[in-house]
Each structure stands twice: as C-alpha cells, then as structure tokens.
Design a protein around this ligand. Structure first.
Ligand code: ADP
Ligand code: ZN
Length: 721
C-alpha cells in the first residue's frame, strides 16, 4: 500500500488521503499519526474501497508520520463503526473516536508514576494537608488525579511529596490482570437455569451470532445462568463483554463474579483513572483482558477475540445515549454480535417491548426462567388507593404504608421506599408572592436539595445556595417546598419512625463505586432499616432481609405523555417490587396511586405481565409506534431564540411529502431552553420498512443553516423533551 484513506479526528474533515512512506507498514485499522497543516493528528487507516473516492492526485499527498504501537482496529469493529455512523446519522470519525477512548494507550505501554500516602504524618499540618490526608486514604493516582480527589491544588500535593507524606510508585501499564478460572466455583443450577445455560453455552462454542432474550423474573438467577456462558467463553480462550446500566451496580457484580470465577473482571466506565483506562484498553486490544464489565461506552472497545456479549438489565433506558452519537447500546450490542459472529444475551425481568417483539418474530431466542431461585416466592402486590387511604396533611405516606413500615421495623426487617425524584421538593415557591425558582439556562424549575443546601437544575447542573430572601418581593425566609422528593420522604420516615436507621440512595449519595459498595455492605449487614431511593435502587440489588417495598407515587411516570411512559412505569415498579422477598422471608409491595384503574397499575396489581404487554403492544400498534413503526426526532437549537425558530421553520418548510411518513412540528421542545440553547423539535413517524435515514439525509443535507444552529437527529428516540 503506498497510499491510504484515513479517518481523522476533526469533525470538519472526516476522511483524508495520505501517502504511506516506504518501509512503513499499515493495514486497514492501523492507528496512525498524520500531518494536518502544521499540526499532527491521530487517524485510523480505513478500507479504501468502502469510502467514496477522493481522487487526490498522488503528488499532493502528504506522508503519514507514524504507526502507533497498538493492534489495528479489528475488521468486525470497523464494520460496527460504519453501521453506527450510517444508522445513527453520525460521521465515521465521530463513531471511531469512541473506539480510541484512551489516548494514553495509543502511545504504547510503558510506565506511569503514581502517588500514594506513606503513612508518615508530621505533627503539625496545614488545614489543606489535613483535609487531603483524609480524602486520599487508599487512593493511588497521578498528582493531578489526586488533586481532584482531594479538592486541593497540585502544589499542595507536591509539598506533601517533599514532606514525605506521599510517595511515588511506578506502575507498569501493561501488567496483566489476574486470570479468571471458569470452574472456580461451579454452581448447582436449577432445571430451568440449566436448560437456558445449555442453549447459551452451545452458541458460545459454535462461535455463531445468536441473540438471546434471557427473560426471567427478578431473583430467578439470570446472572448465575449467563455466568455459565461466560465460563464457556473463558474455556474457549475468548473474551467477554458484560454491559451494566449503572456504575452503582458494578461493585456488586464484581463481588459475585469474583466468588464465581476467583478473580475480578476488568471494569470500564467514565470515572476510571487514566492509568486504569490505559491498562484496560491495551489489555482488551491484546486479548489479555478476559472479561470486561462496563457502561455502554465499553461497546466500542477493540476486543481481540470476543466470544460473548451480555447486556444485563437490557430494558434500561440508560443504555440510550442522548448526546453526541445518539446510539442505543442494546441495539448496538446485537449489531456487534452480528459482525463478530458471537452470541449476545439480553437479560431482563421486564424486557423492552421491542425485544419481546424480536423474540416473537423468531429473531431472538427467548430463554425463560419462570420462578425465583431456591423456592423464594414472588412478593404479594397490593394497591394503596390514595383517594381513600389519605396521608396526613403535608405528608406523603398513606396510613396503611406507615403501618407496614412500623411492622417491619418491629420485626427487624428492611423496607424500601421508591420515589423517582431527587432532592427535597421538585418546586420551590415564595410564600408571599408566588415567585417560582427557575433555572436561568433551562426551562425547568430549580429543585431544592436540603442535604447539600442548594437549589439545583437537574438538566444543566446550575446550582445556587437558597437565597435568604425572595428575589421578586424581598420577603425574607420565604421559600415553601411543593411536592415530595426523596429527601422529604426520608424526613417523613424519620419523624414517623424516630428509631429507624434511614438511608437515602440517589445519584447524589452514591457518587462513586466505593460509596455504592459501602451501601451494599451496610444493607447486607442489616445496618439500614429503611432505604429511600430513586430509580437507582430499582436495579439489580439483592438484599435478603428486605421484605417491604413501598412505591410512593406510581402515577408520576404516567404524566409525561411520552411514548414509553406506560412501559417505563411498569418496568420501574416491577423492578423495585422485585427487590422484596428475595431471601427466605416473603415480600410485600404496596403501590400508592390515585388511578388504580389505569391499565399499567391494574396489570401490576394483578401480577399479569402478559396483559400489560398485550395492552401496550395494542396501543403502540394503533399509532404506529415502535416496534410497529419507526420514529426519529430532529432537534434544532441555537443560543438565539429567533435563529432557532427560523431554522426550525426552514427545516419544516422543506419537509418531504411522502405517503406513510408523518412529520409533526416544528414545535418548541417541552424543554424549550436547555443549557442556554433554545430548542425546537420535529418528530418523524414512518413504517418499519421505510428507509428513514435516507429520507432524512435527502432532506437535511442540502440545507444551509447559520453556524450558530445545531441540528441533531435522534433515531429511535427515547427522550421527548
Ligand atoms: P436475577 O439476576 O434474575 O434477579 P440473581 O442472579 O441475582 O437473579 O439471583 C438471585 C439470588 O439467587 C442470588 O443471590 C443468587 O446468588 C442466587 N442464585 C440463583 N441461582 C443460583 C444457583 N443456581 N445456585 C446458587 N444460588 C443461586
Ligand atoms: Zn438548567
């Protein structure tokens, strides 16, 4: 090869041709350094025949500078990148960049210098050093990372190095991970588990693309079962990718994995230190990392010998990315399995309707685990009709739920209250003039967080301390909270049950994997009586002593009017209900609602999953919603309100008129201002067979819009704000 095409990581350029100097070896997938003007950029050599011809004459080509010391991106990954770019309407380099997610790794192995506490503590310490000492306990990282953890400047830490309080450690970034042993602790599977495992194991051994829907009730042992497929992949010398929806679940998974396989798997998520990221990326690429458990971004890692992909809690909406490349990791996982020719397991107790439909159509093989493992029974579910069983004034828990909480506390059992709303109250008013505290950057209310003493926007992160007086009428101490958040529920529990040990579990409190691990430990050690949490507690946790679950407001999710509102409510309530009675003692679930007659609530109360899915499928079929039709959204935004509006109108004005394609909007988005940008939306609804991307390209590509306007396309959208 004396010339090549390169994806370069510059949004405006995309693909460039280069000359390959003699003596340099490149092949498709090679990661290279190339000149661009006076600069050097990183690029990936791509299969020339799969790109449009650029026709740059030979003598104009500039030579590549260097091939980086990493294996070329494997062919199946290159096909996946192309598929994602095409399907999600992103550029190739935008997607490829997700595969090169550790820039340090690309520069080779070698060593990194990290620092850790020596244990030496001078008798007199500055307050900053004292604070750092506390926070750096058990940490080892670069100076800059430690400075971030400790919240002090680099200079403070360098001073601590000089004072002998911190010492340097040389870390080899290519050191191997401990090996997992497929037979470290083989479980005794139940009959249903063994049957499901056998199907997956067979597919792993066949090195064939086979998508499975592992559909088992909460507590049926889905993890135990897919671990058999992992064991089979390990025996084959193949790598495994396990995707989890939440970092908070990782710790618990690591512990179970270690018990089963005798070593912890490699983790991959956004809060890894750069040295961990480098090591993980390189070991994935060389084949040394046997099992990787991670967030959705792990999907684009350059596995050398992938043998199996598992997506746990596959229905979770956190698998959908809502900025940058707007992909759905569940769907991309199946595509990766297809290109890699390996099985993909989607595990869930409440599958997405889309996945169930694929199973019904015979495209996925459905493996069913109908019962809880070890004779544990499914919890008894009852409805608390808030119109009859009325909470006291200014309170949110109905008398029957309060009685049940008291009963558990007396028996020494655990309870969990679920409300999917962070903070103390969703809306804060001035009691005198009615002023509503609103975010300056978003069309959203500020949410009061009493624990951190902040008013915060949940969309952009804007935070202010609660003002001493109303900004409108200057009345001091004017704030009134409207409605409940988890913090307020926790306060209510503390008032009703003064002796109970109450723990709040939200993304504000479980801010790291370590905090999540501590929480799991406390819960298992019975150091918590009542857990009050958001959607974070609905997922995956297994607490044997938990026997009561209270859903504070089952109607909340139904209000948004979004396409999947019913399904999401069903999933959340069924999942949180699934936390109850997983041990020897049976569980009870109380669902507070004002609409016991709503189909979702009725199905939950009757424990009739099929009825729910049938009704949901029927209503989606009627409106041509997924999986029966296709949706795409166009989001037009600008910092200038008039410019956003004009651009949206211009896009609306050139819309294609096609039979069977319905275009709604443009209309101001429900969140019409987000992070300082004004937003308009269009929604496209088409038949399944429609080539939606082609229509969108033909429509949007010719448009010339002002540079301040951003147009984002969301294929298969989950969010309608
Ligand atoms: P799910 O993921 O389906 O909710 P889990 O895999 O968490 O269920 O299993 C629930 C509990 O039952 C866990 O504590 C798990 O260790 C235990 N369990 C499931 N299957 C087995 C088995 N075959 N042998 C021993 N314990 C099992
Ligand atoms: Zn905001």
């Amino acid at each position: 090869m004396n010339r090549c095409c390169c994806l370069v990581f510059n949004a405006a350029l995309g693909v460039l041709d280069y000359r390959v100097p003699s003596g340099m070896d490149v092949e498709p997938g090679s990661v290279v350094v190339a000149p661009l003007g006076p600069r050097q950029i990183i690029g990936v050599v791509w299969d020339a025949e799969r790109l449009p011809d650029q026709d740059v004459p030979e003598h104009k080509l500039r030579p590549l500078l260097q091939v980086l010391p990493v294996p070329p991106l494997p062919q199946p990954l290159r096909r996946l990148i192309e598929w994602c770019a095409d399907y999600y309407m992103a550029s190739l380099s935008q997607v490829a960049r997700m595969a090169l997610s550790s820039s340090a790794a690309l520069r080779g192995g070698g060593t990194v210098t990290e620092y850790r506490l020596t244990g030496h503590e001078p008798t007199r310490l500055t307050p900053q050093r004292l604070a750092a000492l506390d926070l750096l306990h058990d940490q080892q990282a670069t100076i800059r990372e430690l400075a971030e953890i400790a919240g002090v400047s680099d200079a403070v830490l360098r001073g601590m190095v000089n004072a002998g309080m911190l010492e340097a450690v040389t870390v080899d970034s290519d050191r191997p991970y401990p090996r997992a042993d497929p037979h470290h602790a083989d479980p005794d599977l139940s009959e249903a588990q063994a049957a499901a495992a056998a199907r997956m194991v067979e597919a792993v051994r066949a090195h064939a693309f086979r998508p499975f829907l592992l559909d088992g009730v909460t507590g049926s042992g889905k993890t135990e079962t897919y671990c058999e497929a992992i064991a089979a992949a390990l025996e084959e010398g193949r790598q495994v990718l396990v995707l989890l929806p939440e970092i908070a679940l990782t710790e618990q998974f690591l512990r179970r994995f270690e018990a089963r396989f005798g070593a912890t798997p490699v983790t991959w998520h956004s809060s890894l230190k750069s040295s961990e990221r480098r090591r993980a990326w390189r070991q994935v690429a060389s084949g040394g990392a046997q099992v990787v458990v991670g967030a959705r971004s792990a999907l684009f890692l350059p596995f050398a010998r992938l043998g199996l992909i598992v997506v746990d809690e596959a229905h979770e909406i956190s698998f959908k990315q809502d900025d940058g490349v707007r992909y759905n990791a569940r769907d991309v996982a199946v595509m990766r399995g297809h290109f890699e020719q390996v099985p993909v397991v989607l595990a869930s107790a409440t599958p997405a309707l889309e996945s169930l439909q694929m199973a019904e159509a015979g495209r996925y093989e459905r493996l069913v685990l109908p019962d809880r493992f070890g004779g544990a029974t499914m919890p008894a579910i009852s409805i608390v009709d808030l119109r009859e069983d009325v909470p006291e004034r200014g309170r949110w828990l109905a008398p029957s739920l309060v009685a049940a909480l008291k009963d558990r506390l007396l028996k020494g059992e655990q309870s969990l209250l679920f409300l999917n709303r962070r903070g103390y109250a969703p809306l804060t008013l001035c009691r005198t003039c009615g002023y509503r505290f609103q975010c300056p950057n978003c069309s959203a209310w500020l949410v009061e967080h009493r624990l951190s003493q902040r008013l915060a926007c949940h969309h952009c992160g804007h935070e202010v301390p609660p003002p001493p007086a109303c900004p409108e009428c200057n009345e001091p101490d004017c704030m009134v909270a409207c409605g409940p958040g988890v913090e307020r529920i926790a306060d209510e529990v503390a008032e009703i049950l003064p002796t109970a040990r109450v723990e709040l579990v939200t993304s504000d409190t479980l801010t790291s994997a370590a905090k999540a691990a501590e929480f799991v430990e406390r819960a298992n050690a019975r150091a918590i009586d009542v857990i009050v949490g958001t959607q974070l507690v609905t997922k995956g946790f297994h607490f044997p002593e938990l026997t009561l679950v209270g859903v504070v407001d089952a109607d909340m999710g139904l209000e948004g009017g979004d396409l999947r509102a019913g399904e999401r409510t069903y999933q959340q309530v069924a999942q949180v209900a699934g936390r109850a009675g997983r041990g020897e003692k049976p569980g009870e679930v109380l669902i507070q609602t004002r609409h016991p007659e709503a189909p979702v609530i009725a199905a939950l109360a009757a424990g009739d999953r099929d009825a729910f899915y049938e009704a949901e499928a029927e209503s989606r079929r009627e409106v041509g919603a997924p999986p029966f039709g296709r949706w795409a959204a166009i989001i037009v935004s600008s910092e200038d309100e008039a410019e956003a509006c004009d651009a949206a109108r211009a896009i609306g004005g050139t819309q294609p008129r096609l039979d069977d394609v319905l275009i709604l909007g443009p209309a101001p988005a429900p969140l019409s201002l987000l992070r300082g940008r004004y937003r308009y939306r269009l929604l496209i609804n088409a038949r399944r067979s429609t080539e939606l991307q082609k229509i969108l390209r033909g429509w949007l590509d010719p448009l010339r819009l002002p540079p301040g306007v951003r147009v984002a396309v969301d294929i298969d959208p989950y969010s309608f704000v």
